[in-house]
Design a protein around this ligand. Structure first.
Ligand SMILES: Nc1ncnc2c1ncn2[C@@H]1O[C@H](COP(=O)(O)OP(=O)(O)OP(=O)(O)O)[C@@H](O)[C@H]1O
Ligand SMILES: [Mg+2]
Length: 428
C-alpha cells in the first residue's frame, strides 16, 4: 500500500532559515515545498534576538507555503548542537503480558524507564536514542517486539541541551505560530542519513560547516557518540575577505561564492576579477589564488581546531574518514584542504533530492527523514498535522488534499512523541 505522509522541517541556521515540505512515500522523499530566507537574530548557531528570529522564521514558512498553496501547522525542528551533551542510559522492565510476548507497551515502558536518569536542572532532554535492546540475556536486538522474554533492557544515548538554548528556540517557533511535531538534535538527524551504514559503524566524523558554526559529530558502532560545536563558519570567510580586500560584506560574500577557493595550490592565477573598494571610487583586481590564501588560512585554522576536538573527544582513529556538509562544502578546494590538514579520507555530502541539491539542506532533509524513520518504528502514521488550510485552493496537489482529511489520532503517538508532551509542559 502506498501511504504518503507529509512532514515540514525547520532548520534555524545562522545564515539562513530553511523550511522543507516533504512527502514520504514508502521511504522515498519527495520535496514539494522549500523556503529559504536569510536569517536575522541568530549568531554562531544561537538565537540572540527573538523578534528578528521570529520574523525570519515567518518569512521562510511563508515562502514554502506559497509553493504548495497551503498553510503550515506543525514542524519537525532541529536543535543546534552547541551545548549538547550525550550520556549513556539504561532502562529495564519486566515484560507485562501473560504469554511473555514483548509488545509496544513494553517497548514504551523500557524507553521511559531509561529517562528516569536525573537530568540536571539547567538541562533539558532533546532525544533518547535506543542503541540496543536486551531480552533476558540476548543482546544486540534492534526491535524486541514479538519476541518472548521475561526481562527487557535497553541501552541508549540521552541527548540533552541547555534549557536556555532550547527555551529560546521553542519560544521563537511558538511565536511564529507553529506547533512542534518533534525535535531532534541537528547532527543526529543530518548525520544519520548523510553517512552510509558502514561509515556509521566503522567510526566517522561528520562535519557540518555552516554560516556561523561548525558542528562535529562522531558516529561509531551505528550511533552518534560525540558532538561538539565550534563558533566558526563561512561568515568568517566573508568577514576576512571584506577586511583584507576592503570591500563591503555583501561584495565579499558574492566574491566568495563566485571565485572562492580553499586550496591555494589548485586555485587559478590566470583570471583576474574586479572588487569595489569601500569609500573609494575605484576597483582593485585580484586573482582566485590571491583570495584562496585568505580563505585557506581561516579554514586551515578551523581544521586544526577540529583536530584538537578529535583529540579532546579521545578519537584516535577514524576508519570511515570524514564527511563534510553544510553551505561551506560548496566552496571549491575544500575537500583538498581538509584532506591535507586532517590527514584522512574526506568526502563531501550533498542531499540528492530534486529542489534541495545543496549541502546547506542536509539538516532540513535529515530532520524529515529522521522523523519518518521514528514514525515507522513506532507505527505512528496518520497523525500528521503538518499542513492546515489551503491558502490558494486551485493550487492544491492531490496528496495534500488527502492529508487534510487524515484525522488526528494522538494516542498512537508513543514515547518518542514526547516532544509534544514536553512542549505542553514547557509552556504551561
Ligand atoms: N558556493 C559557495 N561557496 C562558498 N561558500 C558558500 C557557498 N554557498 C554557501 N556558502 C556559505 O555557506 C554558509 C551557509 O551555510 P548553511 O546554510 O549550512 O549555514 P546555516 O545552517 O545557516 O548556519 P549554522 O549551521 O552555522 O547555524 C554561508 O557562510 C555561505 O556564504
Ligand atoms: Mg546549519
Amino acid at each position: 500500500m502506498n501511504q504518503t505522509e507529509l512532514y515540514v522541517s525547520l532548520d534555524i541556521g545562522s545564515s539562513s532559515i530553511k523550511v522543507l515540505i516533504g512527502e514520504m512515500t514508502n521511504g522515498a522523499l519527495n520535496v514539494i515545498g522549500v523556503g529559504n530566507v536569510k536569517s536575522n537574530g541568530i549568531r554562531k548557531g544561537a538565537i540572540v534576538d527573538i523578534d528578528a528570529t521570529v520574523q525570519s522564521i515567518k518569512k521562510a514558512i511563508d515562502q514554502a507555503e506559497r509553493m504548495i498553496g497551503m498553510s503550515i501547522n506543525e514542524v519537525v525542528l532541529g536543535i543546534p548542537a552547541n551545548q549538547a551533551m550525550l550520556q549513556h542510559v539504561k532502562g529495564v522492565v519486566a515484560v507485562n503480558s501473560e504469554n511473555r510476548e514483548i509488545t509496544d507497551d513494553d517497548l514504551e515502558r523500557v524507553i521511559e524507564s531509561a529517562q528516569v536518569m536525573s537530568i540536571p536542572p539547567e538541562r533539558e532532554l532533546v532525544n533518547l536514542v535506543p542503541k540496543q535492546f536486551i531480552v533476558d540475556h540476548l543482546d544486540g536486538i534492534t526491535d524486541p517486539r514479538g519476541m518472548i522474554g521475561i526481562r527487557l533492557e535497553m541501552d541508549g544515548t540521552m541527548l540533552t541541551t541547555s534549557k536556555t538554548i532550547l527555551h529560546n528556540v521553542l519560544r521563537c517557533v511558538e511565536r511564529a505560530g507553529l506547533q512542534i511535531r518533534d525535535i531532534y538534535l541537528q547532527p543526529l538527524a543530518s548525520g544519520y542519513f548523510a553517512l552510509s551504514e558502514d561509515e556509521k559503524n566503522h567510526g566517522t566524523a561528520f562535519i557540518d560547516i555552516g554560516g556561523g558554526s561548525t558542528t562535529i559529530a562522531i558516529f561509531q558502532d551505528g550511533n552518534l557518540t560525540h558532538t561538539s560545536s565550534l563558533p566558526v563558519g563561512g561568515d568568517h570567510l566573508t568577514k576576512d575577505l571584506s577586511i583584507v580586500l576592503k570591500t563591503p560584506t555583501e561584495q565579499a560574500e558574492k566574491i566568495k561564492h563566485q571565485y572562492g577557493h580553499a586550496f591555494y595550490d589548485d586555485a587559478s592565477d590566470d583570471e583576474l576579477f574586479e572588487v569595489p573598494v569601500i569609500g573609494a571610487d575605484m576597483k582593485e583586481q585580484y586573482s582566485q589564488r590571491y583570495i584562496s590564501e585568505i580563505i585557506g588560512v581561516r579554514l586551515e585554522e578551523l581544521f586544526e581546531i577540529v583536530l584538537e576536538e578529535f583529540y579532546r573527544m579521545g578519537i584516535q582513529d577514524l576508519p570511515g574518514g570524514v564527511v563534510i556538509t553544510g553551505g561551506v562544502a560548496k566552496l571549491e578546494g575544500l575537500s583538498q584542504l581538509a584532506r591535507h590538514i586532517l590527514q584522512t579520507r574526506v568526502r563531501l555530502y550533498t542531499p540528492e533530492y530534486i529542489g534541495v541539491r545543496e549541502p546547506g539542506y542536509t539538516t532540513a532533509v535529515g530532520l524529515i527523514r529522521y522523523a519518518y524513520m521514528e514514525d515507522q518504528f513506532f507505527n505512528r502514521f496518520g497523525v500528521s498535522n503538518a499542513l492546515g488550510q489551503s491558502k490558494k485552493p486551485e493550487q492544491n496537489t492531490p496528496s495534500v488534499k488527502k492529508q487534510k482529511q487524515v484525522s488526528g489520532n494522538d494516542n498512537k503517538v508513543g514515547v518518542m512523541g514526547k516532544a509534544r508532551n514536553f512542549l505542553d509542559k514547557f509552556f504551561e
